[in-house]
Design a protein around this ligand. Structure first.
Ligand SMILES: Nc1ncnc2c1ncn2[C@@H]1O[C@H](COP(=O)(O)OP(=O)(O)OP(=O)(O)O)[C@@H](O)[C@H]1O
Ligand SMILES: [Mg+2]
Length: 258
């Protein structure tokens, strides 16, 4: 399998006695915008933590481009072209926007730490190329006006864009977004939808978790729905909206909230 396909097969992740992800299988094809939805605590973020090596799963297989990546370190997974953003923003808040994006370049870099102390002509050339790329990403994510601002001082919606820019700085083939619209106002959400389409146009596959159903139904091409760690439905957004098991899972969770 040479193309950029992600295949999860019978993935199970336990935390002590709790089965957070239960025998889950799904396939994300190259170029898709693929959604994972489900009520709070369903196990969505845990699936992302398994894929990105943060919490490796004990059972099942995670295959990316024909390679088993289940037990690879998070760093190696980024180097294979899979990168994610977090449900709760994780930026270097004291560092500038540009430096945050640059940190994404360094994750991917082949240069060693010693090049920071004794730069070689090769490392200097790489650094120049990296800053050029950061400039392009500042434009792409409409961050040029806040280049030197400390990331932590910016409004929430802008911080979300910085996080996506940093992820894109690693030049991923698969971008994983955990609730990218959380905390955004309506206008920012529209901007996010536009950005997601622009990233897809670059040939990047997108896997996202989102509670904003308008966004999910608009942008995703295919969905997996999970509840209590198990898949309860999969299909295109229009099919999923009418699925009785999905409606039941969401209405059930609303009742619980009340
Ligand atoms: N590191 C952890 N240690 C122990 N339990 C965990 C851990 N991470 C998640 N869990 C538990 O696993 C279950 C699934 O959590 P997860 O965060 O994956 O849900 P989610 O679908 O992302 O929810 P939400 O929509 O609220 O973000 C929950 O019961 C949660 O408490
Ligand atoms: Mg979550």
């Amino acid at each position: 399998m040479a193309d950029n396909t992600l295949v999860l097969t019978n993935v199970t992740k336990r935390f002590g006695g709790l089965v957070a992800v239960d025998d889950l299988s799904f396939t994300v094809k190259q170029g898709q915008i693929y959604g994972i939805i489900g009520p709070n605590g369903a196990g969505k973020t845990t699936v992302f933590n398994c894929i990105t090596g943060i919490h490796p799963c004990e059972e099942g297989s995670i295959n990316w481009c024909g390679e088993e990546i289940r037990l690879l370190s998070p760093h190696k997974i980024v180097q294979r072209g899979i990168v994610r953003t977090f449900q709760t923003i994780r930026l270097f808040s004291q560092m500038s926007v540009a430096e945050n994006i640059m940190s994404g370049r360094h994750i991917k870099s082949s240069q060693g730490w010693w090049n920071a102390i004794v730069p070689t002509p090769g490392s200097k050339k790489d650094e120049k190329k990296n800053w050029q790329r950061v400039g392009e990403l500042l434009d792409f994510f409409d961050l040029s006006d806040v280049t030197v601002n400390a990331a932590g001082s910016l409004p929430y919606g802008t911080q979300r864009r910085v996080e996506m820019a940093r992820a894109m700085a690693t030049e991923p083939k698969l971008l994983i977004l955990d609730e990218p619209a959380a905390g955004l106002n309506d206008q920012e959400t529209l901007g996010l939808i536009e950005t997601i389409y622009k990233i897809k146009d670059l040939g990047v596959t997108i896997l996202l978790i989102e509670h904003d159903m308008d966004l999910v139904m608009e942008v995703t091409e295919y969905l997996t729905v999970i509840n209590f760690g198990k898949k309860i439905a999969e299909g295109t957004p229009d099919v999923i909206q009418k699925d009785p098991a999905v409606i039941e899972a969401y209405l059930g969770s609303e009742d619980d909230d009340e």
